[in-house]
Design a binder for this molecule. Sequence first.
Ligand code: PSU
Ligand code: MN
Length: 294
Amino acid sequence: MSQLEIAPEVAEALRAGRPVVALESAVFTHGLPPDAGREALRRQRQACQEHGVVPAVVAVHEGRLWVGLTPGQTDALMRRDGAAKVSPWNLAAALHSPGYGGVTVAGTLMACARAGITVMSTGGVGGVHPGEVEDVSADLLELSRRRVGVVCAGPKSVLDVRRTLERLETLGVPVIGWRSDRLAGFYRSLTDLPVTARAETLHDLAAILRDHWSFGGAGVLISQPLPEELALPEDELAAALAALESDAATGWQVTPTQLAVLRDRLGPAVIDANLALLGRNASLAARLAVELTQ
Ligand code: PSU
Ligand code: MN
């Protein structure tokens, strides 16, 4: 018996060659408070549906890896205590215990490869953390392995963004700036780092993905900046980031702990920015998925 469960609506769309966008779930089980998580999901699903795209939330539920959880199932997952944060290293283990979990970008990429989904959407991708101990998100390696376009607002602000971009280059993961020449900065609009290439139209973006795949390339990161008016004030963000204690948490808890500290220090604007970028990214991912099916 396969431990992969593809929801009927998703399986049907894939069979018929209709567009599907995968959505990661660690952002709402571990990245955001429950109310914000629910709102984030609502906006992402709606953004997909507005473009006639089937959203496929990837999560561990009842001991299986699901592609396409229903809103009822995601609500139950968010109410549950002790759901795991699931990435490739603990996916198989998490199916057995605790049997429930939010799946990171890296884990979602594995699921996409199995299900045949070529576009996914997230907020900020993981990357290289600052500090002495080398802590690099599995998101980067998995991007280099799976033929999926991942729409994001750049690497999370808590990361060493320059090293993250260098690593992406080493791994051969193109970073395409959606209507921008510089990499998006998550809660910031833009960083000062150059992307691989800029795409102005969905047609051009889809062409780059197809060409990359035609040469045997795998993941492509699509960077969509948050508009300036929705980004956090630079001075406040810089002060909050400087105050983060890099040794406050270890292992998988580093990212959720640091995101929570930022929320405490910067207030509701952090949630607003996060919801805005998740909704906008799902919308761009949906349009890209439609373009790729043409
Ligand atoms: N972006 C957010 N909130 C999050 C994450 C990303 O705004 O919670 C999650 C994603 O699931 C991403 C993961 O894949 O954090 C990376 O965690 P780590 O650094 O432990 O690999
Ligand atoms: Mn880590």
